[in-house]
Design a protein around this ligand. Structure first.
Ligand SMILES: [Zn+2]
Length: 85
């Protein structure tokens, strides 16, 4: 078993769910990247039960193949593209 903790601000969560995942520089489609950081090995609780295993910190960011750039959630922009619809 392994546990994952997510760390999103409410704003970042909105971006993750609703923003178009396109590059703010070239407007090409972005690739979602999972960034997993090992935190600790030990006991943790999940759904009322105790488990022993690795604990990870998980966050997401995006990658643009075209620009070879990592795009963080807070760099996603959508207002401009919505205006274009
Ligand atoms: Zn790009």
């Amino acid at each position: 078993m392994a546990s994952y903790e997510f760390e999103f601000s409410p704003k970042e969560l909105l971006r993750l769910l609703f923003f178009k995942k396109i590059c703010p520089y070239c407007t090409k489609k972005l690739i979602k990247v999972k960034d997993r950081t090992f935190l600790d090995r030990g006991w943790y609780r999940m759904n009322g039960s105790s488990y022993y295993g690795n604990q990870y910190h998980l966050k997401f960011y995006y990658y643009c193949n075209n620009c070879s750039k990592n795009i963080q959630l807070n760099e996603l922009r959508h207002r401009k593209f919505f205006n274009d619809l």
